[in-house]
Ligand binder design. Sequence first.
Ligand SMILES: Nc1nc2c(ncn2[C@@H]2O[C@H](COP(=O)(O)OP(=O)(O)O[C@H]3O[C@H](CO)[C@@H](O)[C@H](O)[C@@H]3O)[C@@H](O)[C@H]2O)c(=O)[nH]1
Ligand SMILES: [Mg+2]
Length: 195
Amino acid sequence: MNPTIQILQKETLSSNWYTLYKYTYSITGRDGKPLTQSREAYDRGNGATILLYNKAANTVILTRQFRLPTFVNGNTTGMMVETCAGLLDLDNPEDCIRRETEEETGYRISDVRKVFEVYMSPGSVTEIIYFFVGEYSPDQKVNDGGGVDEHENIDVLELDFSEAYDMIGRGEIKDAKTIMLLQHARVDNLLTYTQ
Ligand SMILES: Nc1nc2c(ncn2[C@@H]2O[C@H](COP(=O)(O)OP(=O)(O)O[C@H]3O[C@H](CO)[C@@H](O)[C@H](O)[C@@H]3O)[C@@H](O)[C@H]2O)c(=O)[nH]1
Ligand SMILES: [Mg+2]
């Protein structure tokens, strides 16, 4: 804990599906004097995401779904191509991502490897996301995926790695976690990229 920070007040501004708080705190300024500040922080829990890859076929599994916040901010279809991801319930990140993988993509995978953890929007959202990679194979397919119920409506995409990677440059993949994991796969040579 940072001993120079003291939370003075935590006010709930909105509590519906997730919670928006307003924190008032004292912090030591660069001149060494204490000052009081307020910041809003949106708490929607933490999450996990995974790049599913198959070395032999040089493919990845991605998802496509409607994301309302993007639709109201310039994404005309509202559809987003993303790595499989979900919110942590009460489980740990590894169990969460195995469960989400089966629900969203239909693959029951065993080995997952954590590669990093990231605050995705540290100025406004409390969320930390745990990033994983994991190999999948056709014999691990146990259902069609698509999400837990009809509300999730997730399409499952199996793409050649180079094709998926090139979607970043064309602006067809605009999701931060997905770009980070595809770049990680290229830098770490999990798969082969050919132009
Ligand atoms: N009714 C209702 N449903 C909501 C609301 N907000 C979210 N949901 C639904 O709650 C479900 C959450 O699904 P998950 O698969 O657990 O989470 P996610 O939305 O895929 O989140 C993942 O990706 C996010 C974006 O990168 C990450 O922020 C998050 O940590 C996680 O990794 C989704 O069906 C979503 O539509 C809401 O305000 N109202
Ligand atoms: Mg999800």
